[in-house]
Structures are given as structure tokens and as C-alpha cells.
Design a protein around this ligand. Structure first.
Ligand SMILES: Cc1ncc(COP(=O)(O)O)c(C=O)c1O
Length: 324
């Protein structure tokens, strides 16, 4: 979409993602759930097995290279999708990667962690889920590396900085082009939300384009009020680069599909993974997209999405987790 492309042309970009990603109607699931459901396949962004994080890196790596950084530090869980993509970014652009990961070091790394190892990222396992402990370790690593003369690009969980948020402003522009190409009027967009960067970019895009539908971030771990605040702050900080204001009223988080917490499976999430696989040949994951799809399915069944409405589900990736 030209308006968004023009705004973003003032920002540095490095095309990591292979875009645009596919967009189409999920005919079998639409029939089964008696709703009109489209999917944006951001699991197919191409780089390093794809997913929403590559869109953030389209801007983050451009920023890191511009600042002359030689080292990137990333933070996440042992099976972090973000850290997997970060390890691949480091390999491709010649930057050293240090990852601070929650969770014990397993005997045999699998899934995302297997890729981190394959790419020779330096990994520090922190045997706690306490984010403060993890940040303490990350800052310790940063100070040590800086003391040794390294120029660090330090990334918070999910790469959710104001620069990273630009990735989903661009993603929103792409979605608007999809809607136009398919000549559809979309009422709702649903996706998994956690560190706020994806949703912040989408709502900033919505603010720029004045789209009148509803974007709903299905939280996979963070309580609604906290995540809505995080989304607002991040969206506005990215908006400041582009001189746009974000109305708080367009930020909607649903916390009803989290279950017992991050990474803990729910029955609804398991059903969603099965329904997508068996009806559409699309593979979700149990941490992020499965929980978001549970929300989508529940909205269809409960009438929160009606048969005359059109809904878009953004598949944000993460299905490497199936091989954990
Ligand atoms: C597969 C997947 N989907 C969704 C999300 C949530 O995106 P964000 O952290 O930008 O809210 C993540 C974040 O780690 C993810 O890995």
C-alpha cells in the first residue's frame, strides 16, 4: 500500500523476508466453522523457516548494520522462534550471536535450539523463568562483551523495539493490498500476541490507513491490561518515527485462551492445531498460533464472529516447535 510504503521509505530496510506472503480463503475450515475465514501465511516469510520475526528483522538488521554493530544479543525461551531467526541473521550478515535462554540445557537440542546450535550461536542457559534474572544475565554478558571492545546490538524478547515494530506496519500495508486484490471487506484480524511488537505494528498500520475493522491480539501469556499497555507504548514509539498518533481505542487483547501460562498446552489449542492440519494442511504450534487459533474457532462457534463477517487469521509461524 503506497501510503505505508511512502512513510516507511524514510527508514532503513534490509529485505530479509521473502514478501509478499500468501493470502487466501481457508475453504474447508470456513465450511466447517460456518464462517468466512482467510489466512495470511506469515509462517512462510521464507528466511530461516519463516515466521513473524523476519518482518521485524527487515528493519532491525538494517539498523544494526548502520550502527556498525558486530555482535547481537538476544533473549528468549529455549525454544524461542525469535532467537532461531536471530542466530540465522547473525550467520548471514557476519555478526556474532549471543543468546540468553530460559530453560535447562537439554542433552540433545531439538527444534529451534537445534538450529541455534547448528549456527554456532553462543548460548547461556538460565535455569529459571524469572525474566529479571534473565535480563540480569543478559546485561552481564553485554557489559563483558563491551569491555572487550564489541559493538553490541541488544534486543529485548521478541525483538519488540520501536524499530522492530516497523516490520508489521509494513505487514499491515501488505494485508491492505491483499484485501484489495481479493476485493473483500474484512471485519476482524486475529493473531497471536506476546511481546507486543506484532500487534503494535498492525495497529500503527491501522491508524495510518484508517481501517475500520477490529484487530484482536490473542495473548498467549500476558494479562490483557498489561499487554494492551505494552502494545500502545510500542505502537506510539514506532508512530513517533512516522509522525502518527495511535488511538488507544483500537488496541484489543483477548486473554481468554492463555490457559495456565506460556507454553502450557490447552485442550482448545490442541484441537486448533488438529483442525488446521487436517482440514487445511496448515501446521500451527502449541505455544502461539494454536492458542490464537483456539480463539478464532471459539469466536466462530460462539457467534462473536458471524457468518456474514469476514475474518483474517495471521499465521505468525513457530511450527518448528512440532519437532521439539
Ligand atoms: C510464532 C509466534 N507467533 C506470535 C508471536 C507473538 O509475537 P509478538 O512477540 O510480536 O507479540 C511470537 C513471538 O515470539 C511467535 O514466535
Amino acid at each position: 500500500m503506497k501510503k505505508i510504503d511512502d512513510l516507511l521509505s524514510q527508514m532503513d530496510q534490509e529485505p530479509v523476508s521473502l514478501l509478499p506472503t500468501p493470502f487466501y480463503r481457508m475453504n474447508s475450515l470456513s465450511k466447517l466453522l460456518e464462517c468466512n475465514i482467510y489466512i495470511k501465511r506469515d509462517d512462510l516469510t521464507g528466511f530461516a523457516f519463516g515466521g513473524n520475526k523476519t518482518r521485524k528483522f527487515d528493519f532491525l538488521i538494517a539498523d544494526a548494520l548502520k550502527k556498525g554493530c558486530d555482535t547481537i544479543i538476544g533473549i528468549g525461551a529455549n525454544q524461542s522462534n525469535f532467537c532461531r531467526i536471530l542466530a540465522c541473521i547473525g550467520a548471514k550478515y557476519g555478526l556474532t550471536v549471543h543468546l540468553i535462554l530460559n530453560g535447562k540445557e537439554p542433552k540433545n537440542p531439538t527444534g529451534n535450539l537445534l538450529i541455534d546450535h547448528l549456527l554456532d550461536a553462543t548460548i547461556y542457559h538460565i535455569d529459571t523463568i524469572d525474566p529479571e534474572e534473565r535480563m540480569k544475565k543478559a546485561l552481564e554478558v553485554k557489559n563483558h562483551l563491551e569491555y572487550n571492545g564489541k559493538n553490541i546490538y541488544f534486543l529485548p524478547p521478541g525483538g519488540s523495539t520501536s524499530i522492530g515494530t516497523l516490520g508489521y506496519i509494513a505487514g499491515w500495508g501488505e494485508l491492505m493490498d491483499d484485501f484489495e486484490r481479493h476485493q473483500i471487506v474484512v471485519d476482524k484480524v486475529i493473531h497471536a500476541s506476546s511481546s507486543a511488537g506484532t500487534q503494535a505494528g498492525l495497529v500503527a498500520g491501522q491508524a495510518i490507513t484508517g481501517w475500520s475493522g477490529e484487530i484482536i491480539g490473542m495473548s498467549v501469556d500476558v494479562p490483557k491490561d498489561e499487554l494492551e499497555k505494552n502494545v500502545y507504548n510500542l505502537a506510539q514509539s514506532a508512530g513517533d518515527f512516522l509522525n502518527i498518533q495511535i488511538p488507544e481505542s483500537i488496541i484489543n487483547v483477548d486473554e481468554n485462551y492463555i490457559g495456565k501460562g506460556y507454553g502450557i498446552r490447552t485442550a482448545g489449542c490442541e484441537e486448533a492445531v488438529e483442525l488446521f492440519a487436517k482440514n487445511e494442511g496448515i501446521f500451527l504450534d502449541y505455544v502461539y498460533t494454536g492458542k490464537a487459533a483456539h480463539g478464532l474457532i471459539d469466536y466462530c462457534r460462539s457467534g462473536k464472529i458471524t457468518p456474514d463477517e469476514t475474518v483474517v487469521f495471521i499465521h505468525t509461524g513457530g511450527n518448528i516447535e512440532l519437532f521439539e
